[in-house]
Each structure stands twice: as structure tokens, then as C-alpha cells.
Design a protein around this ligand. Structure first.
Ligand code: MG
Ligand code: MG
Length: 262
């Protein structure tokens, strides 16, 4: 079942998207060497609750926390812990909110202090691939056009595009159909319609695309131990140009990549 959202529903999804975006920025301000991922999780939970919303990931299929915090070789679904961030780490922060019956869901990969050039390139290319996907999220295109754009931007760098996890539609549930994979062929898949709300979220590995799940049942690692980056935004499919509901502007400022690409 594909949902086309009314203007009223989209305003509620926008409120969620903005709260998630601001939460990511609050977390980002605290990220530094020596800080534990558990501290970041507590900060995010308090911030979300202070705004009258609930953390969407907490207890979702049994997930124990507010944020997924994924360091270096962890692709997604890292569980907050006593791990202290180190200079040179990269940290993917994935955040969800539930407010007034609707959901928000976005992610950003942060550098901890100074990171090496290879990490900077991985982060830049992953974020660019997200915006390449967003450019395709227009009426008349298909899911495969988004997928092919993401994949087509990342693979020339010899990066691995994760297959096991995908983006998704978003609304009254955190994960709705259709899935929005980060690999695929142009012209394939479901046709995009005005008012569809989807999360596009490339997970791109420095090396192999292969991943494995930790014994904890959640933490997804790269098989070769190399690093992975993850960026996610929520968009509404529109004619000519997608309407982007969440934003990295609270993290990057108005001069962020978003303004230049969209
Ligand atoms: Mg997410
Ligand atoms: Mg998502």
C-alpha cells in the first residue's frame, strides 16, 4: 500500500523532520574526543522529550535506545555504550521522532575532531549520493531512478553500496512501503507519485559492500572492517523537484551543501 499524504499530514511530518534535524545538530555540538556514545543518546532523548515528542527508535522491535550511533566500521544500528569517541573516528547518528501520530527519521555522519582525507572523501561522496537520489525523487520517475543515482555516484569511487538495508516510505509508521534501495536500475520499480513521503538514506562503505550483524542482533559491521558513512533525509515527491522536509542546515549552516545542490 502506497500512501499519498495530504497537506495537513505533510505539515505534521515536517514538524517531525525539523525536530529530528535539530536533534542531530544538538548531538553534533556535543561530539568530541572523550565523549561516550551513551552521553549523546541521553542528550538526544531529553531534547526530543523536552519538545513534547517521543524517541521513535526506543523499543522499536526491541532497540534499547533513542539514537543509533555507529562508529567507523559500524554501518548502522550501533547501540549507545560506554565507548569514548576518539580523535579521527567517524560517527553516524541516526535519529527518529514520533509526534502527533507521525514519524521523523534522519541521519548524519560526523567527524570526531580531525579525520583523515579518506574519511572526508567517504563522507562527502555519501552525502553527495543522497542529494543525487533526491534529485530523482520527482513525479513520473521510479524508485529505481533514485537507486541508480545513488549507486552511480558512489561506485566510481570503488565504494561498496550496502544492499541489506534500504530507505523507506515514512508516515504513520516508521518504515512503510515502498523500500527505497541504494542500488538498482533506472526505470525499474514503483512509479513515484505526488505526495509520497520517503526517506532516502545511502549507506556507503569504504571497501566491500558486504556486512555482518553483531551477536547483539543489531550492530551491522562492514565485513572488511573498513569504515562506512550514512546520511538520510525525508522528502516529499513533487513535480519537477522534491520537497525536502528534514535538513542539515542546523548542522552545517545555511551555506551547507544542501543549498548548493537542491
Ligand atoms: Mg534513520
Ligand atoms: Mg530511515
Amino acid at each position: 500500500m502506497i500512501h499519498l499524504r495530504s497537506d495537513d499530514e505533510i505539515e505534521l511530518l515536517r514538524e517531525n523532520a525539523l525536530l529530528v534535524s535539530k536533534t542531530l545538530a544538538e548531538v553534533g555540538k556535543r561530539i568530541a574526543p572523550g565523549v561516550t556514545t551513551r552521553e549523546l543518546d541521553r542528550l538526544a532523548e531529553a531534547y526530543i522529550r523536552d519538545h513534547g515528542a517521543a524517541p521513535a527508535f526506543l523499543n522499536y522491535n526491541g532497540f534499547p535506545n533513542t539514537l543509533c550511533l555507529s562508529v567507523n566500521d559500524v554501518v548502522v544500528h550501533g547501540i549507545p555504550s560506554d565507548y569514548r569517541l576518539r580523535e579521527g573516528d567517524i560517527l553516524s547518528v541516526d535519529c527518529g521522532t514520533y509526534y502527533k501520530g507521525y514519524y521523523g527519521d534522519s541521519a548524519y555522519t560526523f567527524a570526531v575532531g580531525e579525520v583523515d582525507a579518506a574519511a572526508r572523501q567517504l563522507m562527502r561522496v555519501t552525502k553527495e549520493s543522497l542529494f543525487k537520489g533526491i534529485e530523482q525523487a520527482v513525479v513520473g520517475n521510479r524508485i529505481g531512478d533514485i537507486a541508480a543515482a545513488v549507486q552511480g555516484h558512489a561506485e566510481p569511487f570503488n565504494y561498496g553500496v550496502v544492499r541489506e538495508m534500504t530507505g523507506h516510505a515514512l508516515g504513520r509508521h516508521l518504515h512503510e512501503k515502498p523500500d527505497v534501495p541504494n542500488y538498482g536500475r533506472r526505470g525499474n520499480g514503483k512509479r513515484l507519485q505526488n505526495g509520497m513521503v520517503i526517506c532516502i538514506e545511502p549507506m556507503i562503505n569504504e571497501g566491500t559492500q558486504e556486512v555482518f550483524c553483531d551477536n547483539d542482533g543489531w550492530t551491522l559491521h562492514t565485513k572488511d572492517g573498513k569504515r562506512s558513512a550514512h546520511y538520510e533525509l525525508t522528502v516529499v515527491v513533487r513535480k519537477g523537484q522534491a520537497e525536502v522536509l528534514s535538513t542539515f542546515a542546523f548542522i552545517e549552516g545555511e551555506g551547507g551543501m544542501e543549498a548548493s545542490v537542491i
